[in-house]
Write a protein that binds this ligand. Structure first.
Ligand code: IMP
Length: 202
């Protein structure tokens, strides 16, 4: 069976292939390019789930099972922001360069400047949506809770990882190995939930 992931990012496609292979060895994961979908997909949903569904529907227009994902950081003291704007938060708040991790991190730190440790709770969230050729769909969500530090720690990971302190490890997610991160991360949890649900649906 073939599924199409609404992405051109080979790292994401490889990650899904590896994790699905454990649960569903007969599933082949294709990219948008593999099925000849070349246009940009506009992510204008208000929630992670909506954006994931928009992408999954676009992928399902190939005729195969479509899968889409969306993820980001939610900070309690910022009313859930950056949320669906995680990748372009600095641009949204300050007009600074889009898609720049450092500018995004600086923006979060600036907004939290006067917020004390006990109110710096945050979570990474990952939603994965699946749309079948007959129109049926489902979404799953994975979350990991942590706290936003006042400065960067570690060089690993990407995005907001150097600010995201994960209490059980006593470190940020930029200070752990990728397998340590996958074991507890929003994306790891969402992909495992997705694999189980897909297995039950097919
Ligand atoms: P996307 O869903 O992969 O496009 O991620 C959206 C944005 O959320 C990224 O550009 C990052 O800023 C942030 N983000 C998502 N997952 C992570 C993570 O695991 N670590 C750090 N930042 C993340």
């Amino acid at each position: 069976m073939k599924i199409v992931l609404a992405s051109r990012n080979q790292k994401k496609i490889g990650e899904l292939r590896t994790l699905l292979a454990e649960t569903l060895p007969d599933v082949e994961v294709l990219s948008l390019d593999d099925v000849g979908i070349f246009g940009e997909i506009e992510e204008n949903g208000a929630t992670f789930e909506e954006n994931a569904l928009i992408k999954a529907r676009a992928a399902a227009s190939s005729g195969y099972i479509g899968v889409g994902d969306d993820s980001g950081l939610t900070v309690d003291a910022l009313g859930g922001e950056p949320g669906v704007y995680s990748a372009r938060f600095a641009f949204l708040k300050t007009g600074m360069n889009d898609h720049d991790d450092q500018a995004n991190n600086r923006t979060v730190l600036d907004l939290l400047q006067d917020v004390p440790t006990e109110r710096r709770g945050a979570a990474f969230v990952s939603a994965i949506a699946c749309v079948f050729p007959d129109g049926r769909s489902f979404t799953v969500r994975g979350e990991v809770k942590g706290r936003i530090l006042t400065e960067h720690h570690g060089n690993g990971g990407f995005g907001y990882d150097p600010l995201f302190y994960y209490e059980p490890y006593g470190k940020t997610l930029a200070e752990v190995t990728s397998s340590e991160k996958n074991a507890v991360s929003h994306r790891g949890k969402a992909i495992r939930a997705f694999a189980e649900r897909l297995k039950a649906e097919i």
